[in-house]
Each structure stands twice: as C-alpha cells, then as structure tokens.
Unconditional design. Structure first.
Length: 384
C-alpha cells in the first residue's frame, strides 16, 4: 500500500528579519502559493490544515536582545510539534510547508518526543544552502532564528528555544547530516569541530545526488528514523531567486528531485519540511510551479503503490559502543565519548549507575545538558 502524505501549512515568518523597515518577509505566503499549483491533488495528499502563527512584530528588538520573536517562536513550535505528532500517529507522512526555517524547531521537538517514546534517537538530514549555525559561541549576537535553526536544534543558544520542554538537544550532533551548503559557508569549520557531517555542493556534485542520499542513510543507520529539512535556497539563484538570501553555487532542480527521492525512499524517513520560498519574488507563479513539480516527483517513492508505511528502527541495545565511522569527515571519538553520545553502556570498569526518568547529563559532543532517556532491556531490540 502507498504511504499517505498529509500536508500541513506552517506559514510562519517569525524567524526572518524584515526585508525593509516597513515590510514583512513574504515566505508566509509560500504554502498558499504551492497549493495554488495543485500540490495536494497531485500528491493525493490529505489536507492536514493550517497552523496560524503569531503576529510578526519585531517591536523594539535590538541586536544583543537575543533571538527576535523568541517567545512567539517557542509557542508556535510546541503547537507545530503537536500537529506533526498527530500526523505520525496516524501512520501518515508529514509534508510541512513553511514558512521560514524556524519551523525546524517544531519538527525537532516532535522528533525528540518521538525518540523518547520509542527509546531511541531520531536523526536529521539538513538540506540547505546555508548551515544556519550561528550561535552565541561563534557570533557577537543572534537575532533571526531562521539563520540559527541548526544551532538551536542541536542545543546551542537560549533555553527558551533550544530547550523547549526541557529537551536539549533535540538532535545530537552525531545524528545530523548537512547537505548542499556552499563550499565557503561561514560556519563550516564550526560544523567540522562539532563532528557534524557535511557534504557541500562540490562534494554533492562529485558523488551525485543519488549516492549522496544513500550516504546520508548510512550515516544515520544507528538512528530509529530521521526527518528531512529542505530550504529551497539550496537551489542556485539562477533557477530559484525567490528566497530571502540567494547565494550562488547551489544545485539544480533535477539534483534536488533526485536527492529528495533518495532520502524518502525508505520507511525510516519520517517526514519532510520545505522552507523559505518567497512568493513576493514570484509574481507569475513560475517558481512555485517548478517547486511543486520537483516535490511531486521527488516524493514518488512515498506515493507509489509499493511504498512501505513509516517504520521506526530499533535503537542500539546496551553493549559496547560501535567503532567510530571513518572516511566520512567525522573526527574519531574514543569509546567513552562514543558510548555516551549514543546512549549505550560505557567501557568496562565504569559503572553508569541507575538511570531514572528526568536524569540529566552533559552531551559529550555539544557540551549542553541533555535528558537521559532509559532504554529498553538489553534483550529487547532498541534513535537533537
């Protein structure tokens, strides 16, 4: 049977700076523009509705005040996580139409809740033209959540966004794969230092989109499942200028289609979000039509008659930590750090003591406090 797609509109623009002092970002109009191109009918998708965001109003926010609209984004993220969770509970495949990249916080919160429920970890495939990894540790100030979403969902930044419901991080660094950033991304060295795997555009092109999708699968093999974030500014502005921050050196529509198809062609892909398309720069709807063509074709593995419903993989059972992955750009880690990062038993000779719900420990990769989720017994098959 086919996997049924449920399309949810998340038209928030709270994570972006205003284009001009007297205007608001147009990406809130993206879900409507994509629906106007027949997206739901072509996907034979269920309409999962529209989650109205709070009003966009920076007020008297100034640099140094933290993330603008933080309170509103936090509340919206909780509501969005509830809606995504309800879709997954119906064994459907969520397609979330943003809005700006701050929608990732709601998706991430939903994935962390899900991981806790199954006793495993959920991974993230982050397909974006920019790393969005600005945080207080590498920038003089923060402000626009859409430029900081990857940092926030990996536990970096102010707690009202990075630790909603006391969950921090939503995705661990070792469970994130970044695809499509530009070769000279501002924070590429920070990603490398954190151990977050990346495949910038030159490497993606050299390996090909299909092999890159397979590579992403392999890097997240220890996760129970994964979520896919797609910012359309991963596309080159020559073919997709209708974004808030076009940056030369991106991929083509055909490459995005192949990449998306490869990423969703597994029951362990739990859903996809699409962000940052701005219809204000697309007066005749031509770019919206191209996006819809690409998404419909890319989601063919989900809608085909032989598609398998979403299925969470069991997480790793208690036991020795697996050997560090090599040959993929990730720095080697010792057994103590690897076992802590993956929630498995520490090396022999060290006793972790009893684990109780709500216990908190320091994540060995990001250094931020994370809740320890007790796993099932070792005899049971067991993924920020």
């Amino acid at each position: 049977m086919m996997r049924r797609i449920a399309v949810l509109d998340a038209p928030t623009n709270l994570g972006l700076r205003p284009p001009t002092p007297s205007s608001v970002p147009g990406c809130a109009k993206a879900p409507g523009a994509l629906r106007d191109q027949g997206l739901l009918a072509r996907l034979r998708a269920r309409d999962a509705g529209h989650l109205t965001p709070p009003r966009y109003d920076p007020g008297d926010w100034r640099p140094g005040d933290g993330v603008c609209h933080a309170r509103e984004i936090s509340a919206y993220s909780v509501a969005l996580a509830d809606r995504i969770g309800a879709i997954i509970d119906r064994s459907e495949f969520p397609l979330v139409l943003g809005g700006d990249c701050s929608v990732l916080l709601g998706s991430a919160l939903a994935m962390h809740r899900l991981g806790e429920a199954v006793g495993g970890r959920i991974g993230l495939v982050f397909v974006d033209g920019h790393s969005d990894f600005r945080h207080p540790g590498n920038a003089s100030y923060v402000g626009a959540a859409a430029g900081e979403d990857l940092a926030l969902v990996t536990g970096r930044g102010q707690a009202d966004l990075a630790a909603i419901e006391g969950r921090r991080p939503y995705f661990r660094d070792i469970d994130v794969v970044v695809l499509g950033i530009r070769a000279q991304d501002e924070y590429r060295l920070d990603l490398q230092a954190a151990g977050i795997l990346t495949r910038p555009v030159p490497a993606l092109r050299a390996e090909g989109a299909a092999r890159t999708a397979q590579w992403a699968h392999e890097q997240l093999a220890e996760c129970a499942g994964y979520w896919v974030h797609i910012d359309v500014d991963v596309l080159d502005p020559a073919v997709m200028p209708a974004v808030d921050a076009p940056d030369p050196g991106g991929i083509a529509f055909a490459e995005l289609e192949i990449l998306l198809a490869g990423l969703v062609d597994t029951p362990h892909c739990l859903g996809v979000e699409l962000t940052v398309f701005d219809p204000d720069y697309d007066p005749d709807g031509a770019y919206a039509a191209e996006i819809v063509n690409t998404v419909v074709a890319g989601l063919t593995p989900v809608t085909s008659p032989g598609a398998v419903p979403p299925r969470l993989l069991p997480g790793p059972t208690d036991g020795p930590a697996p050997a560090p992955r090599r040959g993929n750009g990730r720095p080697a880690v010792d057994a103590t750090r690897a076992s802590a990062a993956q929630g498995t038993a520490p090396p022999a000779g060290r006793s972790p003591g009893p684990v109780s719900p709500g216990q908190v420990s320091a994540d060995p990769v990001s250094g931020v406090p994370v809740p320890v989720v007790p796993g099932p017994p070792a005899s049971t098959a067991d993924s920020a």
